[in-house]
Design a protein around this ligand. Structure first.
Ligand SMILES: *Cc1c(COP(=O)(O)O)cnc(C)c1O
Ligand code: SF4
Length: 350
């Protein structure tokens, strides 16, 4: 076995891998000074350097356009700070909280909604801080679900991960633990048997939600990693960010959602890209997103379809913003549109 190549964490390392041209190096360094850069060997190998529109390159290689901040863009686009009662917890909805034990990720997505807080400088919670965060959950019986995110919780050592999972599993009112991660895509070899063992629970249901935006991210190794999780009996969900130039066409989304369903991963959310700074080039309009969802309605089964959601800027939570197939008709009845665009009447109730 050969040793693993390291993750490229600087524009220079990306240039050495042939992914940034010498002419663009200085600009990429200016971008990297503002927002963290990391591309794992798994994803470097998945990039086609001859494809100027490669959907993986576009997600991970720093680009000059990130230096442009649009007036509507925000440092904290989804308002995490507005609902952080103790360090590492975001409590926005009554029945569920985010637990963020660390701020590092295996890769840094150029469109990241937490790009001002994630990065290699972002310290992890200490054991004492983690205990306070878990006490917060323990003391609130209304919390049914704990979403462990970050950063990426699968970067924790199996020992630390097991500690968190065990502590949450022991809280009687916690019914679901949900782990949000990019590791199965970005660094699938990291998910060892020890890591998977750390996810075993006795009382709660533990789900893993993987972040995946393009079918080409599902490399053979990523697929093996996903199968290891499903074989361990862990239900899997996927979250996808709608990204201009990456997956903003019906064919790309169809291929992705079918590939996920085939791997027993349920597409959960299609996120409208958040108003993070320097990411305008990734955002579609909401009308474009709705048109895509409409196109998918006829083409894909319900199992393969995520809900199109917007995280309302300011910390007001996520809402579905998919197209609406229903409008009010005459006399209290309704007009319903089918997937071909034809309209039908639905009678008012007597
Ligand atoms: C996204 C999010 C959740 C989870 O929302 P679901 O709709 O249940 O997936 C919970 N809390 C916060 C603060 C979030 O941003
Ligand atoms: S994996 Fe998630 S949190 Fe990490 S950089 Fe990408 S979008 Fe941001």
């Amino acid at each position: 076995m050969t040793g693993r190549r390291p993750t490229a964490r600087t524009p220079r390392a990306l240039a050495d891998a042939g992914l940034i041209s010498p002419a663009n190096l200085a600009t990429a360094e200016r971008v990297a000074a503002k927002y963290a850069v990391a591309v794992t060997p798994e994803l470097i190998a998945a990039i086609d350097p001859n494809d100027t529109e490669d959907p993986i390159a576009r997600q991970f290689l720093p680009d000059e356009t990130e230096l442009h901040v649009a007036p509507e863009e925000l440092a904290d686009p989804i308002g995490d700070q507005a609902h952080a009662p103790v360090k590492g917890i975001v409590h926005r909805y009554p029945d569920r909280v985010l637990l963020k034990p660390l701020h590092t990720c295996p890769v840094y997505c150029r469109f990241c909604f937490r790009r001002e807080t994630v990065g290699p400088g972002g310290e992890a919670l200490s054991d004492a801080e983690l205990d306070i965060a878990i006490d917060y959950v323990r003391g609130r019986p209304e919390i049914f679900e704990v979403i462990v995110t970050g950063g990426d919780p699968l970067l924790l050592s199996p020992r630390r991960l097991a500690r968190i999972v065990k502590a949450l599993d022991a809280i009687p009112h916690v019914g679901v633990i949900r782990l949000h991660t990019r590791v199965p895509i970005a660094d699938p070899r990291r998910l060892t048997v020890k890591c998977i063992t750390a996810l075993v629970t006795a009382n709660t249901a533990l789900y893993v939600a993987i972040h995946c935006n393009h079918v080409r991210e599902l490399t053979p190794t990523a697929r093996t990693c996903i199968r290891a999780l499903t074989d361990a009996g862990i239900p899997l969900l996927a979250q996808t960010v709608l990204l201009r130039g990456v997956n903003d066409d019906a064919a790309a989304l169809t291929a992705l959602f079918r590939a996920l369903a085939r791997l027993k991963v349920k597409p959960y959310y299609l996120h409208h890209a958040d108003l993070a700074r320097g990411t305008a080039h990734f955002r579609t309009t909401i009308a474009e997103g709705q048109a895509l969802m409409r196109a998918l309605r006829g083409r894909l089964s319900g199992l393969c379809q995520p809900t199109y959601v917007l995280d309302i800027p300011g910390g007001f939570g996520k809402v579905p913003i998919g197209p609406c197939y229903l409008k009010q008709g005459a006399d209290g009845g309704w007009i319903v549109e089918d997937f071909l665009g034809q309209q039908h009447e639905y009678p008012p109730l007597p």
